[in-house]
Every structure is written in structure tokens, then in C-alpha cells.
Design a protein around this ligand. Structure first.
Ligand code: NI
Length: 374
């Protein structure tokens, strides 16, 4: 498949976006392209998504290349000739380009199979946006032997020809807080007969911000957002309970643990100070994506060799379930400059298609070099 065909493949996926766990057509297209080139697919048992494998003739290590394939519930407004034909669904995070880049890499690796030392597993992961795709793929056991993982992600702020490769944390952990403060209901005219949970909830919402401003190192980014407070259902009754919901985002695992501890203690003690009790639930989502420093350097060498410039992308407090792979083995989340200069998850986000073929060549080379490494 030459560059033009790869771009046509990308445009076809772009026209037919599918939401997480519903990527049936997308998966069929990927499988057809892999089959047409004689590439083996692992029997993953997954309903959507797939894993291709290219086995070199010489021994070596196992490298995982990861793309994601799902779209978002957004109505496209790019005006592109190959814009989405599915109402209310759009590839607004560039996952169509990720699938095309990793398909291109798989085809190049297949062509060079005779010279390949080791094995490359190319992952077409479903449901990244709905936060269970990575876990489901890993649960198949098909990636247990992988030594290093590399992910592709489009980056609208770099032009094609530039790769963002940065060591350390590059995307945040995403956790959810649920709090219920319980007091005692009464007539609003007799507050002294109640234990009012609302002043406790209000105090807690304000105090929660001091975790970031007073406890976290000022050089380390963290976010605490209380996003919902609800209590009562009328004007003349003091309610029994008040609920708060929110999110915590951190780049460093220590900050994550510390924020959970502080919020838990603050909730218990502020509730107690108001005579209330509290239930605090902290649910951990994806961990921060932390790129391995040594492997970033190796990836930069391959970038230079394949004609790319490299730069340092901005960190974001957004999240990515690629961290689930990195919890098992080291790797790098690599940003591919795709131009467009409109942020992702926006109705006018676009990928410049000429970014795709060179990125495929980069990932094929990176996997080849790393599979052959000692
Ligand atoms: Ni994305």
C-alpha cells in the first residue's frame, strides 16, 4: 500500500466514524487491509479492534505499537470533502489517522519481515474515549510477552514532519470523587433542631481547593474540581444529605496519593466539625502517562534517521488509557504533528493527511530497531 492508498484508507475511516465499542465497520476495514497483505491477526476474542502480528525470521524482542480507533459524539463542522457521513459522530481526536499510521507501519514491517529480528504486535485498540479499551485489550493476554510499548497520537500544534517526544509525565491521571454528607433534616424555621449538611458541603467545596494551593508542590501540576453539589428539594426544609462530585487530575503518582489522603481527611473532619457524618469514595481512572526517558532518547534517534524534527509537546491534564500498557512495561506516547491548529475534541479539528505516510515509516523503523535491541 503506497502513501496515497494509506491516505485514502484514512479518509474512508474519517467519513465513517464509530463510537467506542461500536467500531464494527472500522475493524472490518482494518482486518480486510491486513488480510489482503497476508498479515497474521491474533485471536483476541474482541468484538471490535484487533491485534496484528509480524514475526521476524530472526530472534529478538517483542514490541507493541498501539493505535486507537474510536470516534467522538461531536457533529463535524470541518467542511472537508471526506467529512463524517454519520450524524453526530466525528473523528475529532485523530484516531482515524492513528489507525492508518499503524496499518501503514504493519504493512512496511510485513515487507521487511525477512530482515526483522523479533516480533511486532500492532494494536488497533477500541474504546479509548470511553476508558475501558486498553483494559479489555490487555485482558486478552495477547500482549503479555511485549517488552516495550509505543503509542501514536496526532498533535494539531505541530506541523507534519515534527514529532513530539518528551520524557516523564505527559498526560494526567483521572480520578473521580463522590461525597455524601449526612446530617439531620428539619423544618427550615427551626435550624437548631437540624444538623444542616449544606454549610458542611459549602465549606468542603472551598477547602478542597487548598489541597492544590497549600499541599501540592507549586512546580507540580494538579487539578481538583468540584463539579456538582446537590442538596434538598425545596425552600423550607433543611435536607438530610448533601452530595458532592468532582475530579482530581495529577501528573505525579505521589501527588495523586497525597490528594486522595488530604481530601478524605478534610471530608471526614469538616463533616464532623458541623456534626455530620460523611461517606467519601475515591475512584481511580487511568493513571498518568509517563514516558520512559531512555526510550525517548532511542525514539529521537529513529526520528532523526527517518527525517523528522522533534520537539517537546505541552503536557496536558487530559487523560489516555495508554497508561494501562505502561503500568506493565516501559514505553513512549509519541505525538505526531498533524497540523490543523484546532484543538482535539473540537468540531473543526482536522488532520493534514500528508502527515500519515512518513509517520508510518517512523513507527515501522522504531519497532524494527527496538525489536533488535539487546
Ligand atoms: Ni485521542
Amino acid at each position: 500500500m503506497d502513501g496515497e492508498k494509506l491516505i485514502a484508507f484514512f479518509k474512508d475511516l474519517h467519513s465513517h466514524p464509530e463510537l467506542g465499542n461500536y467500531e464494527y465497520r472500522t475493524t472490518r476495514r482494518i482486518r480486510e487491509a491486513l488480510e489482503a497483505h497476508g498479515i497474521e491477526m491474533l485471536d483476541s476474542g474482541m468484538e471490535t479492534g484487533c491485534i496484528a502480528v509480524i514475526r521476524g525470521e530472526k530472534p529478538g524482542r517483542v514490541i507493541g505499537l498501539r493505535s486507537d480507533i474510536d470516534a467522538l459524539p461531536i457533529s463535524e463542522e470541518t467542511g472537508l470533502p471526506y467529512a463524517s457521513q454519520e450524524p453526530g459522530v466525528m473523528h475529532a481526536c485523530g484516531h482515524d489517522s492513528h489507525a492508518a499510521i499503524m496499518l501503514g507501519a504493519a504493512l512496511l514491517l510485513k515487507e521487511q519481515e525477512a530482515e526483522l529480528s523479533g516480533t511486532v504486535k500492532v494494536i488497533f485498540q477500541p474504546a479509548e474515549e470511553v476508558d475501558n479499551g486498553a483494559r479489555n485489550v490487555l485482558a486478552t493476554g495477547n500482549l503479555d510477552d511485549v517488552d516495550e510499548f509505543y503509542a501514536v497520537h496526532s498533535y494539531p500544534w505541530f506541523r507534519p514532519g515534527v514529532l513530539g517526544i518528551k520524557e516523564g509525565p505527559v498526560m494526567a491521571s483521572v480520578d473521580k470523587i463522590d461525597i455524601t454528607i449526612r446530617g439531620k433534616s428539619s423544618h427550615a424555621g427551626y435550624p437548631y433542631r437540624s444538623i444542616d449538611p449544606i454549610p458542611a458541603a459549602a465549606a468542603l467545596a472551598l477547602s478542597a481547593q487548598t489541597v492544590v494551593s497549600r499541599n501540592i508542590n507549586a512546580f507540580s501540576p494538579a487539578v481538583v474540581s468540584i463539579t456538582r453539589i446537590s442538596a434538598g428539594n425545596t425552600w423550607n426544609v433543611i435536607p438530610e444529605t448533601a452530595e458532592l462530585e468532582g475530579t482530581v487530575r495529577t501528573l505525579n503518582p505521589e501527588d495523586r496519593d497525597m490528594t486522595e489522603q488530604h481530601l478524605r481527611r478534610m471530608t471526614e473532619h469538616i463533616a464532623a466539625a458541623h456534626g455530620c457524618t460523611a461517606a467519601f469514595t475515591y475512584t481511580r481512572g487511568s493513571a498518568a502517562v509517563i514516558n520512559d526517558a531512555g526510550l525517548c532518547e532511542k525514539a529521537r534517534e529513529v526520528a532523526r534517521e527517518t527525517g523528522f524534527e522533534t520537539d517537546l509537546q505541552e503536557d496536558t491534564m487530559g487523560a489516555e488509557d495508554f497508561s494501562d500498557y505502561l503500568a506493565r512495561r516501559p514505553g513512549v506516547f509519541i505525538r505526531v504533528g498533524t497540523g490543523g491548529f484546532v484543538e482535539s475534541h473540537h468540531s473543526r479539528f482536522r488532520v493534514e493527511p500528508e502527515a500519515i505516510p512518513p509517520a508510518a515509516a517512523f513507527f515501522a523503523r522504531l519497532a524494527t530497531v527496538r525489536a533488535a535491541a539487546d
